[in-house]
Design a protein around this ligand. Sequence first.
Ligand code: MN
Length: 256
Amino acid sequence: MGFDIIGDVHGCLLELRALLSRLGYKIHDYRLQPPPGRQLVLVGDLVDRGPEIVGVLKLLMQAVADGTALCVQGNHDVRLMHVLGGAVPPPSTSLAASLRQLDTAPASFREQVHGFFQRLPSRLELDQGRLLVVHAGEFTTDDPELQAQFNIHGALTGRRDASGVRERVDWVRSYDGQAWVVYGHTTVLKAVWQGRTLNLDTGCVYGGHLTALRYPEQEVVSVPAARAYASSSRWAALIRSRELLESAPRLLPRPS
Ligand code: MN
């Protein structure tokens, strides 16, 4: 079995359909038909920030029910799950936008969404343990609750970086496991392997790309976002650093 693993979707249905089509999947009335011998895998964060939360959920909930897709819980999914289960919504514009979109769907659909997220695992070990899919990152510990917490949310260092963005614990540098780890959560401009880890969150909802890894081929496939649907200080800092890098040669004195 081959896997097509897709990064944070965040309600970007248009781009999800485009990427699935590039990967050879067909969709008939929200029913996903994978190419022979392939299974779709999502790194979580299906909801919040983007324009078509209901459509993304309809498609992927059906695919998971049919066994054509697998998915792990992302931090945004878990937060929405708690609110749909009756928790008081924390102040968040991205959560509020998801709730507004879900308000247009029947109450029974909101119950299905709640159950769907509850049943998702926090980690997926595939290809006989050679491939690990998590949302935020991997942390080796004997405490399964602590591990699930890290897999879904990652952790903050308590510091801020030079752009004022809250710094996240860099688990990639200390990861020394044998499994390939494919994840999302922290936006990057491009999906590049770092050791045995690959971050697929290329900021689609911010106007970046939606990215997939074809496994075991280890081929990265991306489609550009139709537009930016949301903004974030982390993404803005990435764009600024790229612009600085691109303008750097012009700042150097010309050779005489
Ligand atoms: Mn995300």
